[in-house]
Structure formats: structure tokens, C-alpha cells
Design a binder for this molecule. Structure first.
Ligand code: FES
Length: 333
């Protein structure tokens, strides 16, 4: 999934069924926020209120075949007149952000799906928010919500240069005692050892940014309680076990079918091959679109979304990447 970056995604025909019926939105405002970053304000073309959402949620922008991208919502959840996203132009990306920057002008029609939230704000006495670059976007409504809840919070926001850091000026002006702005060319890399070296009870850590930052935060939080760290990834988690794949059986409880998932196919592909409609987007375990309930069996989780606690519960899986540890799964499909 993506904060405002050009995450990898693949458009499939199977992605158009209910409950993912796309919204038709109109780009009512487009603003340059920082070097390479634009904010889009998107209202429903039919004038109705936009769907409700909570801090940490994202929408899929359906920009065209092969151009389906996820962007975190960065506006105010109480504002039902429009949704807002901020998009970083990524010249080395796969074209989604360049399409947004080069082709989407005010008045354009944009189809979208969602909102969906796999990065929700849990209850905590205190929040430590760590943002890298455009990863600030999902944290903005979280900060406002933390304040509404009366919780303590602190934001450490790193970026390449001050000019590249969207929202930095307004964040610092509004909450000078809560916000640290850390442009790398002025202050160097974030002091993660200082921030995370000692685990703090009652503190939830929320981090969004590029993979090296996420990996470094994850490493520093190894001694924290497992439920303390919450991250949103733009790209699949690095690593993973290089184990030979095995075929396994999947029963689709709603469809009444039993399928064999071959060693070289994903559950998602096997389900699509069987003609069962299922939503998908990134097909790499980052966006959450293909979340599927697990009724029986033990999933082999390979996504970049679930926490270790959620994995242990085992009642949902992301079928684009995850497989099976028990030889057979019963899925709520
Ligand atoms: S399609 Fe994105 S997580 Fe499966």
C-alpha cells in the first residue's frame, strides 16, 4: 500500500465486482504542496457525501488499465464533502504518480474504490509518529485524532530537504512543541536509537515512509511489546523464506467449490481461474484489497500488512501472496 507514493499494482478485470463498486469522483482542486508533491481534492461527481473513513485509511485510484494505485487519505474524516490525497511524483515508479501529476487537472473525472483501512489508530496513552517523506500523509489525520482523544503525541518527520516535505511548515507552526522536522540535508538521518532505544509502556509507534526507514524502525522496536509498532508499507516486506512451494487445497465456503492451488499459482489466481469474482489490486500483499476470511486451516502469511498478533489469530489472509501451512484451507469466498 502507498501513502502517496506510486505503489506497484496490477489492474484486473476481476477487481470491479461488489463490494468494490467504484466511485466516480471529480478533481475539484489540485495544489502544489512541496517539491514533487500535489494534493488532490476529490468530490463525488453526483454531489453526494463521500464515504466515511477513519485515520489511516486509503483509497484506490483507478487511473486506467495497469494504473491502479493506493493513496492514503490526508484530509479531515469529518469533512464529507471531499476526499484528499497527496501524491509524490516518482520518476522511477511505474507511472501512476506521473499520470496523476501530468494528466489529472482540475475538473477531471477519476474513478476510485474504498476507502479501506489496514492502518487504524489503536487506543494508547501516547503516540510516537515517525514519518519519512510522503509517508506523512496517513499520519496527518491520526495526529488530529490523537489530539481529539486527549492522548499525548510526538511527531518526528524526516525528508530529503525541507522543500520536499509536504505539510512540514503547517505542522510545525500549529504544534511546535509536538513536531520535529528533520530534513536530511540539515540534520542527517533520524535518531532512531534515541527515539526507540528504550521501550515505553503505553506508547504506540506509528511509522510510514520508505522501506529502509520501516526496516530500521522495525529493528529498533524488536524489544518493544509486539503490539506497540504499527507500520504501513509502500512495497512488499523484504526477505522471506526461500522454501519450495507445495500445492494445497482450498474450499470456497460460499461458492461451494474445492480447488487445488498449484505450487506455482497464488490462491488469488486459482480462485480467479475458477471464475469466482474477487477483488484485488497490488497482488503483492501490500494494499489489503484481497483480504479474505479464513474459516478453517492455518494460513502461511506472506503479506506486508498483518501484525504478528493478527497473524497468530489467523482468521484473515491476503490471498494474492499468502499460502497454507495445513494442507487445506476453508475460505469465506
Ligand atoms: S491484492 Fe493487494 S494485498 Fe492482495
Amino acid at each position: 500500500m502507498s501513502a502517496g507514493t506510486d505503489a506497484v499494482a496490477t489492474y484486473t478485470a476481476a477487481a470491479s465486482c461488489a463490494p468494490g463498486t467504484p466511485l466516480t469522483l471529480t478533481l475539484t482542486r489540485r495544489e502544489a504542496l512541496a517539491d514533487g508533491v500535489v494534493r488532490l481534492t476529490l468530490a463525488r461527481a453526483d454531489g453526494l457525501p463521500v464515504p466515511a473513513w477513519t485515520p489511516g485509511a486509503h483509497i484506490d485510484l483507478l487511473l486506467g488499465p495497469g494504473l491502479e494505485r493506493q493513496y492514503s487519505l490526508c484530509g479531515d474524516p469529518d469533512d464529507t464533502s471531499a476526499l484528499q490525497v497527496a501524491v509524490l511524483r516518482e520518476t522511477a515508479g511505474r507511472g501512476g504518480s506521473q499520470y496523476v501529476h501530468d494528466r489529472l487537472t482540475e475538473g477531471a473525472t477519476v474513478r476510485a474504490r474504498g476507502p479501506r483501512n489496514h492502518f487504524a489508530l489503536v487506543g494508547a496513552e501516547h503516540y510516537l509518529f515517525i514519518a519519512g517523506g510522503i509517508g506523512i500523509t496517513p499520519l496527518l489525520p491520526m495526529i488530529a485524532e490523537a489530539g481529539r482523544r486527549g492522548a499525548g503525541w510526538h511527531l518526528v518527520y524526516g525528508g530529503r530537504t525541507r522543500a520536499s516535505m509536504a505539510f512540514a511548515g503547517e505542522l510545525r507552526a500549529r504544534w511546535p512543541e509536538h513536531v520535529e522536522i528533520c530534513p536530511q540535508d540539515e540534520t542527517g538521518l533520524l535518531d532512531l536509537d534515541g527515539l526507540l532505544g528504550v521501550a515505553r509502556d503505553g506508547t504506540a509507534v506509528y511509522c510510514c515512509g520508505p522501506e529502509p526507514l520501516l526496516a530500521a524502525v522495525e529493528e529498533r522496536c524488536a524489544s518493544w511489546p509486539p503490539s506497540a509498532l504499527h507500520m504501513e508499507r509502500f512495497a512488499p516486506r523484504a526477505g522471506g523464506d526461500a522454501v519450495p512451494e507445495e500445492p494445497f487445497e482450498v474450499e470456497l465456503a460460499q461458492s461451494g467449490m474445492t480447488l487445488t492451488v498449484p505450487a506455482d499459482r497464488s490462491v488469488l489466481e486459482a480462485v480467479e481461474d475458477a471464475g469466482v469474482p474477487v477483488l484485488s489490486s497490488c497482488r503483492e500483499g501490500t494494499c489489503g484489497t484481497c483480504e479474505t476470511g479464513v474459516l478453517e486451516g492455518v494460513p502461511d502469511h506472506r503479506d506486508s500488512l498483518l501484525t504478528s498478533e493478527e497473524r497468530a489469530v489467523g482468521d484473515v489472509m491476503f490471498i494474492c501472496v499468502s499460502r497454507c501451512r495445513s494442507g487445506r484451507l476453508v475460505l469465506d469466498l
